[in-house]
Design a protein around this ligand. Structure first.
Ligand SMILES: *[C@@H]1O[C@H](CO)[C@@H](O)[C@H](O)[C@H]1NC(C)=O
Ligand SMILES: *[C@@H]1O[C@H](CO)[C@@H](O)[C@H](O)[C@H]1NC(C)=O
Ligand SMILES: *[C@@H]1O[C@H](CO)[C@@H](O)[C@H](O)[C@H]1NC(C)=O
Ligand SMILES: *[C@@H]1O[C@H](CO)[C@@H](O)[C@H](O)[C@H]1NC(C)=O
Length: 509
């Protein structure tokens, strides 16, 4: 009898871990753009947009959780003073009250009631306000408020069950950075434990990597308004590398606005790769729904499919990183097998080892079309994130460049249809050694010409530890002839620093 119940216990335990599943939606949302709308009207219209999408998705699927992006209730509002934010903000607390069932209604009421009506958890981002006093908080407004870029989660009753205040602000001069990073872990009635972080947080240790490494969270809700940057940090590339390296289920929703390079939404199942993702190249909203765990909707794509999306992305604004300080070697259009190393470093030398097998398409060599040049690059140093903060990086990669100069790596030819793809990478192996340090982390980074990462079944990411070092090896196992980036993207948080008065005002946030 005893043995019998142990068997049942093990069976149930196994059953829950493996079979318990839920249905999640992530939303790429294109918010109302009119800069001159009164705050109340803007909030009302965007909330309406949120509810409409939830309603449409619910016609065909019963959702358990839906995630909305960052800043899409308030996007494109002009904040000239602290007080301007006030009208867009609201006090929110984790307590027992259903916001669908209070005498006072706010702009959140329709969404809280949608959680009840559609019986789903809802994660969303808003401007939170909290009372403050001038001597405690430098960013306290004249009328006594401080503001936070905050995610909240409604449960199926419209009760706020979790709250997370963005820790790594991207400029956002009217927002307050919490003194400590919130650890926003909560458990749902479908027995999944989630935590949240927001946008720029993905590039830092706290709280994002700590949630996984210290708190063992296996599922993340992520809201963002990302500004995609070539060659390493376009939206889906960044999401996939994070979900893959941490082996976490990652539900990511991105604000859409191709003019500023915002977009990128997906559901990633750790090292199994994305179940679904999209970066909408036009200005519109789109919902993605998946059962988790589930089967991949995102197999390898054929060249025609990649090219169709690649062309669409001509209209999408992309920032570019500055690779001038990188060490590099050009891949010459005669090499078929390359074994080489590239070293860089401030203080200690940092070396990247490359093994590349590639084929050059003879008949394309003399075509009068644009052709990317490939550099093998190495960099250990500090970069600026759009003038809002500085970050340490350790990078080994092969990157596509418009010409031979390093300043052209991270640029894209303007007319996709006028590119001839003559280099077919059969195999790439990159390896490098990094210090084992809680303040360092490495990601497997990749990008194709359609601004999507490489399908995970073409990738292999392994590591070996010896003494105080970890040797990372990143392998491309399947041929790619639309390659933009393939490399190890390492962060070194020890070398991070903030810029106190960022000159650049990020208006759209
Ligand atoms: C719960 O928090 C809300 C704001 O999010 C507030 O309006 C309400 O009064 C609070 N309820 C209790 C019981 O504290
Ligand atoms: C979640 O787990 C609890 C026990 O921890 C159990 O009572 C409940 O039925 C489970 N719910 C689902 C949806 O699996
Ligand atoms: C295509 O690329 C070639 C080579 O860079 C250039 O000379 C030509 O003008 C381009 N044509 C178009 C239509 O962009
Ligand atoms: C290479 O491309 C960059 C960026 O597009 C451009 O500024 C530069 O003039 C080009 N250099 C050469 C030698 O063509």
């Amino acid at each position: 009898m005893k043995v019998y119940s142990i068997v049942i216990f093990i069976y149930l335990h196994y059953f829950w871990r493996v079979e318990a599943h839920y249905t999640a939606a992530v939303i790429e949302f294109f918010p109302v753009q009119d800069r001159h709308l009164p705050a109340e009207e803007k909030l009302h219209r965007n909330i309406n947009g949120y509810v409409t999408i939830l309603d449409e998705l619910s016609h065909t699927t019963k959702l358990d959780i839906i995630v909305y992006p960052e800043a899409t209730l308030t996007a494109n509002s002009l904040f000239k003073t602290h007080a301007d934010v006030s009208a867009y903000s609201i006090e929110v607390n984790v307590n027992e009250t259903s916001l669908c069932d209070t005498p006072v209604t706010t702009f959140l009421t329709p969404l809280a009631c949608a959680a009840v009506k559609y019986q789903t958890y809802i994660a969303l981002n808003l401007y939170e306000r909290a009372p403050c006093t001038k001597n405690e908080e430098t960013k306290c407004s004249e009328d006594g408020w401080s503001f936070y870029n905050t995610n909240i989660v409604f449960n199926r009753k419209g009760v706020i069950v979790s709250k997370y205040r963005k820790y790594n602000l991207f400029g956002e001069i009217y927002m307050t950075r919490p003194k400590k990073a919130d650890i926003s872990i909560f458990r749902t009635d479908f027995n999944e434990t989630f935590a949240m972080f927001i946008c720029f947080d993905i590039l830092f240790r706290q709280p994002s990597l700590d949630l996984v490494n210290k708190y063992h969270v296996k599922s993340i809700l992520y809201s963002s308004m990302w500004f995609s940057e070539l060659p390493f940090l376009t939206a889906l590339q960044t999401q996939q590398q994070w979900a893959y390296a941490t082996d976490v289920t990652f539900l990511a929703s991105g604000a859409n606005n191709r003019k500023v390079g915002s977009g990128g939404t997906g559901i990633y199942h750790g090292m199994d790769g994305p179940l679904l993702f999209t970066i909408v190249g036009s200005s519109k909203s789109k919902g993605l729904v998946a059962k988790i765990p589930g089967t991949h909707g995102q197999g390898p794509k054929d060249t025609n499919t990649i090219d169709k999306k690649g062309k669409e992305m001509d209209e999408f604004h992309l920032l570019s990183d500055h690779l001038e300080p990188y060490a590099s070697k050009l891949i010459l259009p005669n090499g078929k097998e390359i074994v080489d190393k590239v070293c860089s470093g401030e203080g200690t030398e940092f070396c990247c080892h490359f093994k590349v097998e590639l084929e050059w398409e003879e008949e394309l060599m003399n075509e009068d079309k644009d052709q990317y040049q490939y550099h093998m690059v190495a960099f250990s140093g500090v970069r600026s994130f759009a003038g809002v903060s500085n970050g340490g990086v350790e990078i080994c990669a092969i990157v596509a460049c418009v010409n031979e100069s390093l300043s052209s790596c991270g640029k894209r030819f303007p007319n996709y249809n006028n590119i001839s793809w003559r280099a077919n990478f059969k195999k790439i192996v990159i390896n490098a050694e990094f210090d084992i340090d809680d303040n360092k982390f490495q990601f497997p980074n990749s990008l194709l010409s359609n601004i999507e990462p490489i399908n995970v079944d073409a990738l292999e990411w392994t590591s070996v530890m010896n003494n105080k070092r970890i040797r990372r090896t990143y392998k491309l196992k399947k041929p790619q002839n639309r390659l933009m980036t393939f490399g190890i993207y390492g962060r070194d948080f020890n070398r991070d620093s903030s810029i106190h008065n960022p000159l650049r005002q990020i208006f759209y946030l």
